[in-house]
Design a protein around this ligand. Sequence first.
Ligand SMILES: O=C[C@H](O)[C@H](O)[C@H](O)COP(=O)(O)O
Length: 261
Amino acid sequence: MPAPLSPIDKAKYVAARRASEFVESGMKIGLGTGSTAAWLVRCLGERVAGGLRIRAVPTSSRTASLAREVGIEVISLDEAKWLDLTIDGADEVDGNLNLIKGGGGAHLQEKIVATASDRMVVIADAGKQVETLGAFPLPIEVVPFGWQTTQLLVEEALIGLDVLGRTTALRMSGDAPFVTDEGNHILDLQLGRIGNARQLSLVLNQIPGVVENGLFIDICDALVVGHGDGRVLVRDLAEGGVSETRYALEGEDNIFTEIAE
Ligand SMILES: O=C[C@H](O)[C@H](O)[C@H](O)COP(=O)(O)O
């Protein structure tokens, strides 16, 4: 018997399960990266086994492996060119559905894929919702060449901007610098609070050596928030309003079933 899910895993699972219902046969979809997106890939794998026909562009090598493992057809973005829908997790999401992403170091591919989609849907547990972005360190992907110079330029560029802090740390993986799927490094920027996320994103992306930052401004179209008790709230910017779905734990095997719309 599988180990019981923690409340946070239940929240991620129900959010992913609800968002998987947006996927229809014939769609080309973008698959995000991270623990919440991994639930989505598993949910879609089940639907593919039941006859759903989709082609998917993963946003990382990790997601590509999982997608293939569960039987989803994987194609490249160049092959797909444009996608119907991308579903991905987030590290922070504010009231305007602006995001911080990249906690797993995948925000470069994630931003390219989400931008090449008709719609981006974010799936998250309730703890990811914030009033103002910035408590989560902002990931900045930088090329390895001269990364310490890039780090100084980043810290300097923040002087005068509406942020609380401006210290950066090179992300490590054990004793070595973390390396992204594109062969780059990540600087994690401790800001505390971001006053003007759009301005900050533009400033950062103009610095030589910076490849992409983890701010997603005006990219997300809908937010699906899961709760540990099985409730899921969907907020769609186009439709306005919030709809609620509730999933119930069935028996002892941690399988959720939808009980109400
Ligand atoms: O680089 C990683 C991605 O941006 C993830 O979507 C983000 O970090 C959220 O991950 P998780 O669902 O594991 O909290």
